[in-house]
Design a protein around this ligand. Structure first.
Ligand SMILES: CSC[C@H]1O[C@H](OP(=O)(O)O)[C@H](O)[C@@H]1O
Length: 355
């Protein structure tokens, strides 16, 4: 299967050795313009995450790990204590970019832990070790994407219609995606799947990114308005729903793009299985349930001035949560890189991921 994305053009990558550059596709410009940009500082990385040039929980984590390297790669002359202080200040800064995707904090904490574990190294060697850890986070993400795709495709049958919400594809990871990786794996297995992509207001990740990504990877896709999800289920066009996630609590409650919760209720009402695909790096075992997942509130102009055109009166009150939380009882199964969790319970999640 010829692929434009995860074969030839990675969503993000570290260019060079040390010093290096974080290079990424600027997803705010897709699908009209394909442009790669360089981030040379943690500040540029912070901005790229905030404005969704790079987006999607796993991709945000990988970007933050490399953004941390950008922040300390010119400080190898510092003493170990000064270097570690600069590292932690930079990690604290990057952690402020977006609050919901736990991969951001997971990746930064893993880098902090690596520094603490190797504090015996001279600073130049410690810097090299940190770059190796960021590369490991990226490579593990790529491997997890493939594994999730292979497990997930066993849930699909030839000829099915599957609805997805937002973009949980190669553009949301450093590999082939989470939810969309299932479609790529199904295609490799010879299964023809037709994807119904919700446009996903207000930032239209489904319209701008998922339909573009699937088109470029030879997967049949039909774009629909978010409000059409129930009707395509009623018309029996859809036999399953697959989405990604930004944070999964210990009991399986899952935060994902706003609108996912509604889709899960529609799926339940139509007796359609609702699957979430998420790597272990998206699980937050510190949270017992989804009630504690922080929900990002974004700029109201994303709603009133979507795509640059004013579509609401000046001064109208606007509520713009970027995510919602789907309760575990609405989720048929969670596909991880270690296997499929069903039923979705605290015990089954722990057995799969902590066992
Ligand atoms: C594989 S994580 C993808 C996940 O991230 C998206 O949010 P955003 O575009 O705001 O980063 C959305 O929730 C996707 O399901």
């Amino acid at each position: 299967m010829a692929s434009l994305i995860h074969k030839d053009l990675s969503t993000l990558r570290w260019d060079g050795e040390l010093p290096g550059t974080l290079n990424m596709i600027d997803q705010t410009l897709l699908p009209e313009q394909f442009l790669r940009i360089d981030c040379n500082t943690p500040e540029e990385t912070w901005q790229a995450i905030k404005r969704l040039s790079v987006r999607g929980a796993p991709a945000i984590g990988v970007a933050a790990a490399y953004g941390l390297i950008l922040g300390v790669q010119h400080n190898a002359h510092l003493s170990q204590n000064e270097f570690l202080e600069k590292l932690n200040i930079t990690a604290d800064y990057l952690a402020e970019s977006r609050p919901t995707a736990v991969n951001l904090f997971w990746a930064l904490d893993r880098m902090r832990q690596t520094a603490a574990t190797h504090a015996d190294l001279e600073t130049p060697q410690l810097l090299e070790r940190l770059l190796a850890e960021a590369r490991a986070i990226e490579q593990e993400d790529q491997a997890m994407c493939i594994a999730m795709g292979e497990f997930g495709q066993t849930l699909l049958k030839e000829g099915q219609g599957v609805l997805t919400h937002c973009n949980a594809g190669a553009l949301a990871t450093s590999g082939s995606g989470t939810a969309l990786s299932v479609f790529y794996a199904a295609a490799r297995a010879g299964k023809k799947i037709h994807v119904y992509a919700d446009e996903t207001r207000p930032l239209l990740q489904g319209a701008r990114l998922t339909s573009w990504e699937l088109q470029n990877n030879d997967i049949e896709v039909t774009l629909i308005c978010d409000s059409m999800a129930g009707w395509v289920m009623k018309e029996k066009r859809v036999q399953a729903v697959i989405t990604g996630a930004d944070r999964v609590a210990a009991n399986g409650d899952a935060a994902n793009k706003i609108g996912t919760y509604s889709v899960s209720l529609l799926a339940k009402a139509h007796g359609i299985p609702f699957y979430i695909v998420a790597p272990s790096s998206t699980f937050d075992f510190a949270l017992a349930t989804g009630d504690s997942i922080p929900i990002e509130q974004r700029d109201p102009t994303e709603i009133s001035h979507g795509c640059g055109k004013q579509t609401a009166p000046a001064g109208v009150h606007i509520y713009n949560p970027a995510f919602d939380v789907t309760p575990a009882e609405n989720i048929t199964a969670i596909v991880t890189e270690k296997g499929i969790i069903s039923p979705v319970t605290t015990e089954n999640i722990a057995a799969m991921l902590k066992g």
